[in-house]
Design a protein around this ligand. Structure first.
Ligand code: ACM
Ligand code: ZN
Length: 762
């Protein structure tokens, strides 16, 4: 297999003197993910039309891919041979003795040859992708790369990227482009989320109604699901991949050493399937594929054996199409109301001695897991497959937080880290209001880059159970391929670096500089990569009585920030930002980023509100939720939470009431009390039954001065109550939680969230 010329190799290595700092910068400048080790040498390899690709016949696919990349860059198609030619050559060799790590490679570039030695075929391909990134700066039509030696291998064996094609459907051409991007950045798993409430997207020959009925929905929600009343576009929407297309995608991915893991959702997120085969639900239907986003009560019945027959038949066809060891069966977000009321489910629970519906969920997943195992494959499911006990051998995809992952790892199950807060790319990547509509949240490029698969505080012995990390791209708010690309890139590049590169190579500024240098390559593909990672951010340094001290920053090297506080459009004539800014009156701060005298990107805007309570101490009687928690002081920091509630300003109370006491430190006249209350029933956010303000001069005896129980706005309700003749030192704000969400409402039966930000006193 290998044509090792030991002496040749030794001589080349000796020619690679340690590189200068400048060369090091140039070296890493091109590469994402950062390789384990790079050394630059003297001279350049320049590809000519007589260059030959020499590869074993076992590497024909890799050689063909390489030839395709070279053709794109230069227009040349090189000869491929299995014999060593005398002239300039590109050698592809597998040598697991020289490259010990699976998927690892060594890329050796000298002035007359290139040699890629891989541990395996994947290693060869990654060596090719590295070289391809290095040649991106060659002039159009040419291919010239500086001599170097790169030794490289992955940190995690599982490096994944997910795509939801149910909420929005993407063409096979787009799926291939997606796979190409994964391959370029050395991700090795494509998690294809093929079924959900809003559409079934894979042809199953035994069940033709999955194609004729379940692949379609009547219409699609316009805007965000939190908006009320819901509006729909009135257009039938759908589509599915034929089995031939699925095979084509799998072949395409396999050639790029990417495993495709299909996800067939069960027992929840099943409305589309139920619309085609209503007898598989507890009530028998009728059902319709969902036209809105969310979690729906109708799920596969866990009591009827016909459901398992159906799912096993489906999985049989799926296993024929996908050679992957792992099959994903979802398992997440399965409401249990229908099961609780269903005679079939109750009978099952009785017969199987299941104590509750969580154990029924566990029964469901275990039964499917046994079936998958019997075919020599294994099951993956989201965190919720932990409910009621894990199926033996199941791998957990942990999206909820670290607890599920730790629990699974302690039980010696493999875990793939897919945390919502850091690796959901349907989240906003910028807090600018002009950012296109997204699901919610805020996961910046930096947040992705700083993601730590296992916190330092966790037991290190669990680390071997963490097989890898994966980014999620849910498509509720991705109606077009352009928007999908915008949300994917460059966050998938940060993910790829965290999945591949050693921890010691971690440096966000260095990553950003390499990202900047890849812009041309991304533009050439072309891919609609988001460019807003340099945008201005602010940090609150301190909130004092009557003033707020903030800093502004951008990650753009050489970037200058000009700002105004009088509402005017900031420009070169505005104030140049040099350091922390004190704000002591209500302002709209606007700031613009300049580089080389030219404006870059969008204008930053943030309002600050100065009132009597800012910087005051606030005591909370009850704890807020962890998701909408934080110090009580954020309730009086002069910054109002926004309607996307992703700015860390809102405080949320679930299962308890708000009771906050503000201490103004001295008795004084109070003319206005107020608060902002966020209400979105479709996000389970409910205004309080009533919000009450009481005042006191001594902190012991309180007098109720106002009560508000009307919240007409689906969104931010501004409560402002004018007072007369009131003097006080303490103000107690009480909000009575709505409690359990009533029947007929979204999320019925769950706790409602009382969301409040900024307690205002004037
Ligand atoms: C999920 O986000 N429900 C896995
Ligand atoms: Zn049932």
């Amino acid at each position: 297999m290998m044509k090792s010329t030991g002496l040749f190799f030794l001589l080349i290595v000796l020619a690679y003197a340690p590189s200068t700092a400048q060369e090091k910068a140039a070296a890493t400048a091109a590469l994402i993910p950062a390789p384990v080790e790079v050394k630059f040498g003297q001279g350049f390899f320049t590809l000519g039309k007589h260059t030959v690709i020499r590869a074993d016949t076992g590497l024909a696919e890799e050689a063909a891919l390489l030839n395709g990349f070279i053709r794109q860059q230069t227009g040349l198609t090189l000869a491929v041979s299995s014999k060593k030619p005398s002239i300039s050559s590109i050698d592809l060799d597998i040598d697991p003795l020289r490259v010990k790590e699976p998927e690892g490679y060594q890329l050796l570039i000298s002035s007359d040859a290139i040699r890629i030695t891989g541990h395996d075929g994947a290693g060869i391909l990654y060596g090719i992708q590295t070289w391809r990134q290095l040649w991106q700066h060659s002039p159009v039509g040419a291919l010239s790369v500086k001599a170097c030696i790169i030794n490289d291998y992955p940190r995690f064996a599982y490096r994944g990227m997910h795509l939801d094609v149910s909420r929005h459907f993407f063409s096979v051409a787009f799926i291939k482009k997606y796979i190409d991007l994964l391959s370029l950045y050395k991700l090795n798993t494509f998690h294809w989320h093929l079924t959900d409430d809003q559409g079934w997207r894979i042809e199953i020959k035994k069940y033709p109604r999955l194609q004729s009925v379940a692949a379609w929905r009547d219409e699609t929600l316009i805007g965000h699901k939190k908006e009320w009343p819901h509006r729909f576009d009135g257009k039938r929407y759908g589509g599915y991949y034929t089995q031939e297309q699925v095979k084509e995608v799998v072949r395409y991915a396999t050639a790029r050493h990417i495993t495709v893991i299909p996800e067939i959702e069960m027992p929840g997120h099943a409305l589309a399937a139920l619309s085609a085969y209503p007898q598989l639900g507890c009530t028998g239907g009728p059902y319709k594929a969902a036209t809105c986003w969310g979690i729906f009560d109708d799920v596969f019945c866990a009591g009827k054996d016909s459901v398992f027959t159906f799912l096993q038949d489906v999985l049989d066809e799926v296993m024929e199409l996908f050679p992957s060891t792992y099959l994903h069966v979802g398992g997440d977000e399965c409401p249990k109301q229908r099961w609780a009321a269903c005679p079939h489910c109750r009978k099952r629970m009785q017969e199987e001695h299941l104590a509750n519906e969580h154990e029924l969920q566990s029964y469901f997943i275990k039964r499917i897991s046994r079936y998958i195992d019997s075919k020599g494959r294994h099951l993956i499911g989201w965190d919720e497959i932990l409910e009621g006990g894990l199926a033996p051998g199941a791998t957990v995809m942990s999206w909820g937080g670290i607890e599920g992952a730790i629990s699974a790892a302690r039980q010696h199950h493999h875990v793939i880290m897919t945390p919502e807060d850091e690796l959901y790319f349907d989240h906003y990547q910028s807090l600018y209001p002009a950012e296109p509509l997204a699901a919610g949240g805020y996961t910046s490029l930096k947040d992705v880059y700083n993601y730590q698969p296992l916190p330092d505080t966790a037991d290190r012995q669990l680390l071997p159970y963490i097989t890898g990390i994966q980014g999620q791209l849910w498509s509720e708010y991705l109606p077009t391929p352009e928007q999908a690309e915008y949300m994917l890139m460059p966050r998938a590049m940060a993910l790829a670096e965290r999945a591949w590169s050693p921890e010691t190579r971690k440096s966000y500024p260095d990553f950003l500089s390499r990202l900047r240098s890849q812009k041309k390559m991304l533009d050439n593909i072309p891919v609609n990569s988001a460019g807003n990672f340099d945008e201005i951010n602010y940090t609150v340094l301190a909130v004092n009585k009557g003033s707020i001290r903030i800093t502004l920053r951008s990650d753009m090297p050489g970037g200058k920030i000009y700002y105004s506080t009088d509402g005017s459009r900031p420009g070169l004539k505005s104030r140049l930002y040099k350091g922390p800014v004190n704000i002591n009156q209500a302002v709209l701060l606007r700031a613009a980023l300049y580089n080389g005298g030219k404006p870059v990107g969008r204008i930053f805007e943030q309002s600050f509100h100065i009132h009597k309570a800012i910087g005051a101490s606030v005591a909370l009687q009850n704890a807020p939720t962890s998701k909408y928690g934080g110090p009580a002081s954020k309730l009086v920091n002069g910054i109002y939470g926004v309607h996307r509630y992703n700015d860390q300003q809102w405080m949320g109370f679930s299962g308890n009431d708000l009771e906050a006491v503000i201490d103004l430190e001295k008795v004084q006249p109070i003319k206005v009390v107020g608060a902002n209350i966020l209400q979105y029933h479709w996000q389970r956010m409910w205004a309080p039954v009533w919000l009450q303000f009481a005042v006191s001069v001594d902190g012991i005896h309180y007098k109720t001065i106002a009560r508000q129980d009307e919240y007409p706005v689906n969104g931010i309700n501004k409560v402002r109550i004018k007072l007369q003749g009131i003097t006080a030192r303490y103000i107690k704000v009480t909000g009575i939680n709505k409690g359990i969400i009533p029947l007929g409402e979204y999320g019925a039966g769950a706790n409602s969230l009382l969301m409040i930000d900024e307690l205002i006193v004037n």
